[in-house]
Design a protein around this ligand. Structure first.
Ligand SMILES: Cc1cc2nc3c(=O)[nH]c(=O)nc-3n(C[C@H](O)[C@H](O)[C@H](O)COP(=O)(O)OP(=O)(O)OC[C@H]3O[C@@H](n4cnc5c(N)ncnc54)[C@H](O)[C@@H]3O)c2cc1C
Ligand SMILES: NC(=O)c1ccc[n+]([C@@H]2O[C@H](COP(=O)([O-])OP(=O)(O)OC[C@H]3O[C@@H](n4cnc5c(N)ncnc54)[C@H](OP(=O)(O)O)[C@@H]3O)[C@@H](O)[C@H]2O)c1
Length: 505
């Protein structure tokens, strides 16, 4: 996928209509559909060739030597598969496709992303094999159709095959010379036109055209990879690393000429952690004209994030830590690739938006909130419903300060109704509070249990009659499914919910 190109096209000024931008967000679905289509047609193609290979061997005839890939009747079809260029490259392509396909399943992507990623890059090998595959010249066409029209009459062979003989040949045939074709051309009547068969059919391999179809997209992809490589060549300057509760690390960085829009994500590459792996993280703070610093929040979930935390911090952060813990040290070299686009970018372009976050899925919305904190008046957005569901009370502290600051700012600017914050603590054995007097505003917006989505949608529909509400979700898939379904269901207030699907795995 050409992510930079997609992010570029997605940029609000580049593509005018929201419909087109939402269509661009379906690029991953399109990518998957193309992959599945390639697999389905490959199965058909391979099945047809297997039957063909068998036919070459079983029905071998010396009549059309140029067309028959087998060398003699009963030749082992496996020999044709493994010793010819088209056969061998075909077998290898099937193998590559099988690996790519099986490793792309949801289960593998979730349990071992690296396997998915490395096998997916085999697409390059697939393309090279595809180019060689067609160079074998198995598919041929006849070059002398004029001299030897298909189906023309050749007494030596045609008669044996019991093909009806035109009237002019109904007389007994004279003795034929040993050579297959007489010196004088033989007339053949077809639709009252006499066709002359003057020579043996001649065949020639088709000119390979595959490169015409794949070179364009491949060049585009390579150009993008090169651009990405050059752009991410310079490391960032890490300005601070903050350890947050519930195993979350905040990283603030700077990089010359780095620009990003709220909702976008970057890909981190830290050679000291892994020479090959790169991991995506959504920007929680974007650089602006006045401040160059940008940041991400990472949840420590697996081997890469664990090792990354260890090289960044002198000691690992613990859940018990209440206050952010600033660490100063010699940071490792860190490279970033991106930014890349995401549907969350669109939330500022609706008059009313509903942003639902589950756990660390809050990150894209944190950058939206940070942007609104800078200036909310310049965007189309006039009402934001922000719903955040977490398992632990401490998790709300990742962005508690930001939420409080935005709330206070909007109150000072006489727009308290601009943002509707609802925080849900899904698992608790009693009433809890986000510790600290300064978070009083949030404590009053804290609810216990999971949100009741239907009620929430009804309430929003009632308050925003006849309007279009943009729905955004980032978090566990289950929330996303519920919201998608509710967005597509009708309501009695004429409110339209437009679901913007975000996909992470
Ligand atoms: C667009 C996007 C934005 C993200 N933003 C954030 C964020 O702001 N904060 C945050 O904490 N996490 C974010 N994530 C998730 C983050 O990328 C993974 O948690 C991280 O890659 C885990 O790596 P690991 O080796 O530590 O864990 P693993 O145990 O290897 O993986 C944990 C999960 O992360 C997924 N994952 C692993 N590697 C990758 C990869 N290279 N690309 C995509 N998914 C991967 C796997 O499917 C797996 O289910 C985002 C993911 C995506 C796709
Ligand atoms: N964009 C991003 O930037 C990004 C970053 C990181 C992760 N992600 C995605 O976010 C996901 C979760 O991250 P996490 O580990 O921090 O989350 P998590 O702790 O597993 O779940 C977050 C919350 O979502 C609630 N929840 C789950 N299903 C729900 C439903 N149907 N209705 C209401 N609430 C529901 C959970 O409630 P219960 O306690 O009741 O289950 C929990 O409180 C990951 O799987 C990943 O796909 C996205």
């Amino acid at each position: 996928m050409c992510r930079i190109l997609l992010a570029f096209l997605r940029g609000s000024q580049k593509v005018a209509s929201r419909k087109t931008r939402r269509l661009l967000d379906k690029s991953k679905t399109f990518h998957v559909t193309c992959g599945v289509t390639i697999c389905v047609f490959s199965v058909l193609h391979v099945a047809a060739h297997l039957v063909n290979v068998l036919n070459f061997s079983v029905n071998y005839t010396e009549e059309f030597l140029a067309l028959n890939a087998a060398n003699y009747r009963g030749e082992d079809p496996r020999k044709l598969l493994f010793t010819t260029i088209p056969g061998l490259t075909g077998v290898l392509m099937v193998l590559v496709l099988f690996l790519m396909c099986t490793a792309s399943t949801y289960a593998i992507r979730l349990s071992n992303y690296d396997i998915f990623w490395y096998t997916h890059n085999l697409f390059f090998v697939f393309y090279v094999l595809l180019l060689v595959h067609v160079s074998g010249g198995v598919l041929k066409y006849q070059t002398n159709l004029e001299e030897h029209p298909p189906g023309c009459f050749h007494p030596n062979t045609t008669l044996q095959e019991d093909i009806p003989v035109p009237g002019i040949f109904e007389e007994p045939f004279p003795e034929y010379a040993p050579e297959p074709f007489p010196a004088e051309p033989e007339p053949f009547v077809q639709n009252n036109v006499v066709r002359i068969c003057t020579e043996e059919p001649k065949f020639q391999s088709h000119f390979p055209e595959t490169w015409l179809w794949i070179s364009g997209p491949l060049c585009l992809y390579c150009a993008e990879r090169l651009y990405r490589y050059i752009r991410s060549y310079k490391p960032v300057t890490i300005t601070s690393v903050i350890s947050h509760p519930s195993n979350v690390l905040e990283l603030r960085m700077r990089k010359e000429n780095f620009k990003a829009r709220p909702g976008q994500y970057i890909i981190l590459h830290c050679p000291r952690v892994s020479a090959l792996e790169s991991h995506p993280f959504t920007l929680t703070m974007c650089p602006t004209d006045t401040k160059a610093t940008f940041g991400v929040h990472l949840k420590i979930v697996g081997d890469w994030t664990e090792r990354f935390r260890d090289v960044l911090l002198l000691r690992s952060s613990q859940d018990t830590e209440i206050l952010p813990n600033f660490q100063q040290r010699n940071y490792p070299k860190l490279y970033i690739d991106g930014p890349f686009g995401s549907p969350s970018e669109e939330s500022l372009n609706y008059e009313v938006s509903l942003c639902v976050a589950g756990g660390i899925g809050v990150t894209p919305f944190a950058s939206i909130l940070n942007t609104l904190l800078d200036d909310w008046q310049c965007y189309k957005l006039r009402r934001l419903y922000f719903i955040w569901v977490c398992r632990e009370i401490q998790s709300f502290r990742w962005f508690a300060d930001l939420l409080c600051m935005l709330h206070n700012k909007l109150w000072q600017e006489n727009r308290p109704d601009y943002i509707n914050i609802q925080l849900y603590l899904s698992q608790t054995d009693g009433i809890q509070k986000i510790i600290g007097e300064k978070y009083q505003v949030l404590n009053s917006r804290l609810l216990i249990g999971r949100p009741r989505w239907k009620l929430l949608f009804d309430e929003i529909a009632k308050c925003n009659r006849q309007k279009t509400v943009g729905v955004f979700c980032c978090g566990p898939n289950e929330i996303s499914k519920v919201l998608h379904k509710l967005s597509n269901s009708s309501n009695s207030y004429g409110t339209r919910f437009e679901y913007n699907k975000e996909s992470f795995s």
